[in-house]
Design a protein around this ligand. Sequence first.
Ligand code: ZN
Length: 468
Amino acid sequence: MRKGIFVTFCLLLILGFIGPTSDAGAAAYFHDVSTTHRAAKEINYLAQGKIVQGSLSGYFYPSKYVTRAEAAAIIGRTLNFNGTQRATSFKDVGKGNFASGYIQEAAEKNIINGYKDGTFRPEQLVTRGEMALLINRAYSFGGNTTSQAIHQLMDKGIAQGFTNGTFGQDQPIIRADFAVFVARAINPKFRINYELTAIQQATVNASALNVRQGPSTNFDTVAVLKKGQKVDVLHIVGSWAYVRASGIEGFVHTAYLSGISSSNPTNQLLQYLKTQTIIIDPGHGAHDPGAVANGLKEKDINLSVALKVKSLFQDTGFNIALTRESDVFVSLSDRVNFAKKMNGNVFVSIHTNAGGGTGTETYYYSAAATNPYVEKSKKLAQCIQKRLVEAWNAADRGVKKGNLHVLRENNMPAVLVELGFIDRKEDAAKLGSSYWQGKAAKAIYLGILDYYASESGLNFQPLYDRVQ
Ligand SMILES: [Zn+2]
């Protein structure tokens, strides 16, 4: 055992992993990051946690630009991803890529995405805007667009932007700056004028719990907590919690805390939502108007309601995609192919009825042979139908089985709603009204939330609150 450690130590010396120490005796890990370097604190902090690495000869290259592969590795290490090199789902990232394990896990967790052509482009430089999004996704700060993500970083004391008031979102980011942002994101002590408040309380359930400077056992222990001690949880990084207890602040593993979910409820919900893609399918389009009556065309109503549903889901954390966003023709098979390509998790087709009835009905496909999600489809149909009937005070024609292409050929919970009858005066008055279309869109939004709340067991209150 001891011999093994000694051999490892010598090997590390030979390989140059153990860097020089400065005159002052403070840990310095890299020849080119002196203790007076503006980012020395943050770089050395991340080096202590083995989150950033230098060259074999002990250089960090603080002014070099960060590639996408390096960014995935650095972020992945903060979250204790298994970095073992392996095959990935990207055609340009082989098992031989040093970051392949991190890239694959980060992609699976929707922290960093590939490109439509199936590449990841590991050598492409990361811009400051991309960095902001990456950090938001990795630590669930909630920003979904680049500008929201930048706003979150400013808000949390992680970024300040340039003195000219811009953030330089299109500029590539250098390693020193990336290290500063990541250190501030994971450890609030590095942030600028930022006071954390407790998000929940927890109790230590291990007999002696090491409190560490960072979110892994690579970091030094700063204190030890006793079993039964109460702590305030201030911040979560992966499976580690940043806690405060009687003057002590630092990271502990969440496995040793009772009364804590692995992340705070809001974070947990956001983590979940970003894995979910909702496909909205406005029926018909272009030369195919669908049903036509009372001066209305079905294709226009379907699209208008779909766009309203989209805007309700915008910025919730869910991914949302429409099979068409304008008056164009999309074949039934292309609608299904699009949903599959987008890795949709639910599919909602919006239509308008005709044929002399009145009221609302919702369809699902009931034979598992082609679309296995029969029970989930039925549940989704029931949730949306209930909300639509309430919203429009419409005749409830119920949830029905239907052998329809977009339901049958799909591979996700899929439903088709018929909002009302275009050839019935009373229904048409609502179908053609922006106000009532808005109510239908909100009902579809709420129906999808009802479905998800029951499927996931998570608290969707923040999303319900948005439309109250
Ligand atoms: Zn139709």
